[in-house]
Design a protein around this ligand. Structure first.
Ligand SMILES: Nc1ncnc2c1ncn2[C@@H]1O[C@H](COP(=O)(O)OP(=O)(O)OP(=O)(O)O)[C@@H](O)[C@H]1O
Length: 392
């Protein structure tokens, strides 16, 4: 659907973006994330044909933006950060104007405008002057002009920026609905927006793509290990030893010190356990009913309350060790009170990527570590920069 190949934009004395390389498949909703000045708008303006790349190529559905700008742009709907509206026009006359501009055949225009007005909840406001619309409705108008010619790809630059919470919810819902029929690239500063709307995220920093992947997979790709926090009722030392003995468990770190009473109970429980190490193993002649019965808690032999052990288990090779933990603890009849896969939040990942100089664990196509190039390096000066001239 979209191919962005080795695209760079070099402004006169500084880098806009450098060797951006990614593609998008039909139906994807991709969140484009990056700190201020990272290069989101520059990339979006190049994709939509409003800015010429200095190097590299962009193709929409196989159509080169450089060679067939008009045809390629017909496949794209673009909502810039500030919607391109004429405040003195009415909703209806503005959409009519856009329909003419986009070469929508005259006989289709009425139907298409009506469809878009309904889709974006603008019914009853057709005669209203745009100046008098609320910010949320102006944003709807921006989306309306973006989808009027029924493009395959929607490029939305911070579509919820500056809206109040209710308007944000409404616009997100609209984007979600538009995503059912369109491929969407949207830039945002709002991290939860990525989780709620997108099935893929691209993070850009200092003009380079530093991460590309599914929001849920990013956390794992960022860490060296798979980590599980665990709360188990039972004798501390025995539990630690059992967990450490599981295949692929790299380390087990106690998370909280136990209270003295519980520690005492742990000691007695451990002692009791050591006296009956195989208590769960079915003995010959023991019936199925008896096997299903929970064995007596070892610590109950001296009436002590078993302690709760909280640990952080790290697995080697990013192995998911949760099932192994569950079955081993169940086998030993140590009840698991809580088990949670620990992962970095998107916010953690974003901060890690955009505040560190290098990032070697990026995943997916086109992801690369941040460069040692600095803006203003000699390779960034390009006298052939064509500037911001939109394609004819
Ligand atoms: N017309 C321009 N001339 C010179 N430099 C520019 C121009 N437009 C952008 N830049 C520079 O290019 C870099 C990327 O800017 P861009 O606006 O693409 O970032 P952004 O990620 O969209 O930022 P924001 O989130 O603040 O909108 C910045 O360093 C910016 O100063």
């Amino acid at each position: 659907m979209l191919e962005v190949k080795q695209v760079s934009k070099l402004y006169e004395n500084q880098r806009g973006v450098h060797s951006i390389d990614f593609s998008m498949k039909r139906g994807e909703i991709v969140g484009f994330l990056g700190p201020n000045g990272a290069g989101k708008t520059t990339t979006m303006r190049m994709i939509t044909g409003y800015l010429n790349p200095t190097h590299g190529s962009i193709a929409i559905d196989g159509l080169s933006m450089a060679d067939h700008p008009k045809k390629a742009r017909q496949k794209i709907g673009y909502l810039p950060e500030t919607p391109p509206l004429y405040p003195e026009m009415s909703v209806q006359s503005y959409l009519q104007f856009i329909a003419d501009l986009r070469d929508i055949p005259v006989k289709e225009q009425k139907h298409r405008i009506g469809e878009v007005i309904e889709r974006l909840g603008l019914q009853g406001r057709e005669r209203q002057v745009i100046r008098g619309l609320s910010k949320g409705y102006k944003q709807r108008m921006g989306l309306a002009q973006a989808i009027l010619h029924n493009p395959d790809l929607l490029v939305l630059d911070e579509p919820t920026s500056g809206l109040d919470p209710k308007q944000i919810i409404e616009i997100r819902q609209l984007i979600r609905e538009l995503g059912e029929n369109h491929t969407v690239l949207l830039s945002t500063h709002i991290l939860p927006e990525i989780n709620t709307l997108c099935n893929r995220v691209l993070i850009i920093n200092q003009g380079r793509i530093v991460l590309d992947g599914h929001p849920d997979q990013l956390a794992l790709s960022m860490g060296e290990t798979f980590e599980v926090s665990l709360e188990v009722k039972g004798p501390r030392e025995a539990i630690l030893a059992e967990l450490r003995g599981l295949p692929q468990v790299a380390s087990v770190k106690p998370l909280a010190e136990e209270p003295a009473a519980a520690a005492g109970a742990a000691a007695s429980a451990t002692a009791a356990l050591s006296q009956q190490p195989e208590q769960d193993a079915p003995e010959q002649g023991v019936g199925a009913q008896e096997q299903a019965e929970p064995a007596a808690w070892p610590a109950e032999t001296d009436g002590a309350v078993p302690p709760t052990v909280k640990v952080l288990v790290s697995a080697a090779d990013r192995a998911d060790v949760r099932e192994a933990i569950f079955y081993r603890m169940a086998e030993l009849r140590y009840p698991i009170l809580a088990m949670k896969k620990e992962s970095l939040s998107l916010e953690d990942i974003f901060l890690k990527l955009t505040t560190n100089e290098t990032m070697d664990t990026a995943t997916g196509s086109g992801a690369s570590s941040s460069s040692s190039d600095s803006p203003g390096s000699s390779d960034l000066i390009d006298t052939n920069d064509k500037g911001e001239t939109p394609h004819a």
